[in-house]
Design a protein around this ligand. Structure first.
Ligand code: SAH
Length: 222
C-alpha cells in the first residue's frame, strides 16, 4: 500500500494549503467551515507520492484503479451546496480517495460512504489518515442502491456523473433533506441540488457545469 504509513505535513504544505483556500475564496466559496476543513486536511496524504507536489493546485488527479480525486473547488462547491450541519447523517456515493469523505467528517457529520471498486475500497482501508475519523463508515457496494438499512439521510452527495437521478437515493433522503448530484453524460454534467419538502415533493435546481468520472452500475470486484 502506498500510503499506509503516516506522512509529514510540513510548513511548506500548510502554506500551500492556505493559498489553495484563498484561491477557493476567489472562485466564490464562502462557507467558512468548508474552507476551514480544506485548510485542516493534508490533501497530499491522499495522493500517490509522484503527485504530491501538485496536491495544492486546484485540479483533479489520478488515484489508484483508474479513478480520480475530485478538484478541491468541486469538493468545496458540492459540500457548500449541502448546507452541512454538525451531526447530519450523510450518504456519499463514490468514496474514491476518501478526501471528500474526510472533508465531510471534519464538519462533524455521521458519514456513510459507498465505493463500487473493491481495489479502491481496500486501498482506503489501509490509509492511516482515515483512522482519525471514526465518524466515517465505509461500504463496498453499488451506489445506485444507496444504503436502505441506514436510511433516511439528511444529506446525500454523489461524486460521480450519474446518467439520471437514482430513484432509490431520492427515496432515502429525509423530508427537508438535500441531495447534490452531477447528472449528464461523458460530454459533461449539470450539478443538481435536489431538496425534498416535508410532504415528500422534490425540487430541482441547476447549479453549474461539471465533469466527473461516470457513475457505473453494479460492483467491480477487481
Ligand atoms: N469522492 C471521491 C471522488 C472519487 S471519483 C474523492 O474525494 O476522491 C468517483 C468515485 O465513484 C470512483 O471511485 C468510482 O469508482 C465511484 N463510483 C462510480 N460509480 C459508483 C457506484 N455506482 N457506486 C459507488 N461508487 C461508484
Amino acid at each position: 500500500m502506498l500510503h499506509s504509513k503516516p506522512k509529514e505535513d510540513s510548513y511548506l504544505q500548510k502554506g500551500l494549503r492556505k493559498q489553495l483556500v484563498q484561491t477557493l475564496r476567489e472562485k466564490g466559496i464562502q462557507d467558512e467551515r468548508v474552507l476551514a476543513a480544506i485548510e485542516a486536511i493534508p490533501r497530499h496524504f491522499f495522493l500517490d507520492p509522484a503527485f504530491e507536489r501538485q496536491a495544492y493546485e486546484d485540479r483533479a488527479f489520478p488515484i489508484t484503479a483508474g479513478q480520480t480525486i475530485s478538484q478541491p473547488y468541486t469538493v468545496a462547491y458540492q459540500t457548500q451546496l449541502l448546507e452541512i450541519k454538525k451531526f447530519d447523517k450523510v450518504l456519499e456515493i463514490g468514496t474514491g480517495s476518501a478526501y471528500q469523505a474526510c472533508v465531510l467528517a471534519e464538519l462533524g457529520v455521521s458519514l456513510f460512504t459507498i465505493e463500487r471498486q473493491r481495489a479502491l475500497y481496500d486501498y482506503v482501508g489501509q490509509f492511516f489518515f482515515i483512522k482519525n475519523y471514526p465518524n466515517i463508515k465505509r461500504f463496498y457496494g453499488d451506489g445506485y442502491e444507496g444504503l436502505p438499512s441506514y436510511a433516511p439521510f439528511d444529506k446525500i452527495l454523489v461524486t460521480a456523473a450519474a446518467p439520471f437521478i437514482p430513484p432509490k437515493l431520492v427515496e432515502q433522503l429525509k423530508p427537508s433533506g438535500i441531495m447534490v448530484i452531477p447528472v449528464g453524460d461523458d460530454t459533461g454534467q449539470k450539478m443538481l441540488r435536489i431538496t425534498k419538502d416535508t410532504d415528500g415533493t422534490t425540487h430541482i435546481e441547476e447549479r453549474g457545469d461539471f465533469s466527473f468520472v461516470p457513475m457505473l452500475t453494479g460492483k467491480n470486484n477487481k
